[in-house]
Design a protein around this ligand. Structure first.
Ligand code: CA2
Length: 146
């Protein structure tokens, strides 16, 4: 089983800015956590981050033949990218939407996600643990097969 973790705009800055919202771990720290967690589950995890909407869409298209499930924190694209929403429906790979912060207790414009409607699950406000929860959820949902 292969899981792809996709992070969108600005999430390359994790651990360097706004730690009170997004925590102290860098994206590299998190990638090590995801790999360790995936190894315990006997599955493989890849990570992709981009600040560019088109590059994220290309990565999701490329995942079609290689990936069983996607963990997606699309950053602010979450709130308006209908192109990303279309790409997720087009590839038909189950995905879990993750937000480190609780988007519902923040600015009004963060409350709506255009990606949630077709998500297998949505995890918000659990800090960076949400990514591990999402990997576990996909592992279970996809039958726990490695
Ligand atoms: O809570 C989340 O995980 C978000 O998806 C993060 C996005 C934000 O636009 C969403 O509304 C909620 C990205 C915010 C910027 O990311 C930074 C990360 C580290 C340091 C500074 C910004």
């Amino acid at each position: 089983m292969n899981i792809l973790v996709v992070n969108g705009p600005n999430l390359n800055l994790l651990g360097t800015r706004e730690p009170e919202i997004y925590g102290h771990e860098t994206l590299t720290d998190l990638e090590a956590q995801w790999s360790a967690h995936a190894s315990l589950l006997g599955i493989a995890v890849d990570s992709f981050q981009s600040n560019h909407e088109g590059a994220i869409i290309d990565a999701i298209h490329a995942a079609r033949d290689t990936t069983d499930g996607i963990v997606l924190n699309a950053g602010a694209l979450t709130h308006y990218s209908l192109a990303l929403a279309d790409a997720l429906v087009a590839v038909d790979i189950p995905y879990v939407e993750v937000h480190i912060s609780n988007i519902y207790e923040r600015e009004e414009w963060r409350h709506h996600s255009v990606l949630s409607e077709h998500a297998t699950a949505v995890i918000v406000g659990r800090g960076t643990t949400g990514y591990l929860d999402a990997i576990s959820h996909l592992h279970t949902m996809l039958g726990g097969l490695s």
